[in-house]
Ligand binder design. Structure first.
Ligand code: 13P
Ligand code: SF4
Length: 312
């Protein structure tokens, strides 16, 4: 067996010994997803974490996802292989400035995308993910004004979809803003029978070129249900592994990134901070662990649970 295989076997043994589960996001590297008990989008991962009976949850994703898992199931020990695995969207919404912003608009309902810190969640009325954001917005009475944070691109998309005016926070995902519309259209000319599909964190011009827009699981589901054979995918490149695995007969092409990007496709450097080695070590030593104050967990749980009630 290869070194990777040997390490994966050790992880599987430790999982049994310690009654642990590994929850992984699609953007994680294949070696991690292969040892995961569940691979999914943000909403599915949050639900799995909430229901987990395991003693330890190793969260192979980024910090806000592991925090959400801890908030929804505080009795479990939640581990994150690399505590520095952050998110540019979460970083763009600093609590002090956000507090000021919402204080300037006290009558507004505050909806935050799950890609934010636990502290931001404590200031929110509703949390949402890309797979239920429309539902959450539509559940708010028409006479209420809405603040949406931190993703201005998802916010702009939701304004168009729901017809609701919303005050947007000026945050964005550096990975989804790295796509080049010119290169994308050139690529589409090369593959005219391809469907462009995109994550709603992408900019408006990219979304306009897409024939389907959805969360990571939504994108996979769309390919499953579609009769088309070729897809150009505008989201983080890690998901291509899952698409190719589930649909080996389909042609899956990553949407091209702008010139100055480090790879020809788009990769999330934060997601890629986790590695199989770090995952093994964190499970073995039971650190780094997500620790949150009781008060923050209690307050942040309210808007997340409101979202979960709407998603059932
Ligand atoms: P999903 O909820 O669609 O998996 O999105 C998570 C994310 O971070 C996208 O960049
Ligand atoms: Fe955050 Fe973007 Fe990475 Fe998703 S892809 S975790 S939104 S930086």
């Amino acid at each position: 067996p290869s070194e990777t295989q040997k390490l994966q076997d050790k992880v599987q043994l430790l999982k049994k010994e310690k009654n642990a589960v590994v929850l992984a996001h699609y953007y994680q590297e294949p070696a991690i997803k292969q040892v995961a008990d569940f691979v999914g989008d943000s909403l599915e991962l949050a639900k799995r974490a909430a229901q987990s009976q395991a003693e330890i949850i190793v969260f192979a994703g980024v910090h806000f996802m592991a925090e959400t898992a801890k908030i929804l199931n505080p009795q479990r020990k939640v581990l994150l292989p690399d505590l520095n695995a952050g998110c540019s969207l979460a970083d763009s919404c600093e609590p002090k400035s956000f507090k000021k912003f919402i204080q300037q608009h006290p009558e507004h309902v505050v909806v935050t995308y799950i890609n934010c810190s636990a502290e931001i969640k404590t200031m929110s009325d509703f949390v949402c993910t890309s797979s239920n954001a429309e539902k959450v917005i539509n559940s708010i009475p028409m006479d209420k004004e809405i603040i949406f944070a931190p993703d201005k691109n998802l916010g702009d998309y939701l304004i168009q979809k729901t017809g609701r005016e919303m005050l947007l926070w000026d945050g964005s995902c550096m990975v989804h803003e790295a796509f080049s519309i010119d290169k994308l259209l050139d690529l589409h000319k090369k593959y005219p029978s391809a469907r462009i599909i995109a994550h709603p964190e992408s900019e408006r011009h990219i979304l306009r070129a897409a024939s389907y827009i959805g969360s990571t699981s939504g994108l996979i589901q769309h390919i499953a249900e579609s009769d088309w054979n070729t897809f150009i995918v505008a989201t983080e490149a890690g998901i291509l592994y899952d698409m190719q695995k589930h649909f080996p007969d389909k042609t899956i092409i990553p949407a091209p990134a702008k010139e100055n990007n480090s790879c020809a496709c788009s990769e999330c450097a934060y997601m890629k901070m986790n590695s199989l080695e770090k995952l093994y070590s964190c499970l073995k030593h039971e650190t780094p662990e997500i620790i949150l104050e009781q008060d923050i967990m209690k307050k942040a749980a309210l808007p997340i649970n409101r979202m979960l009630e709407l998603s059932n």
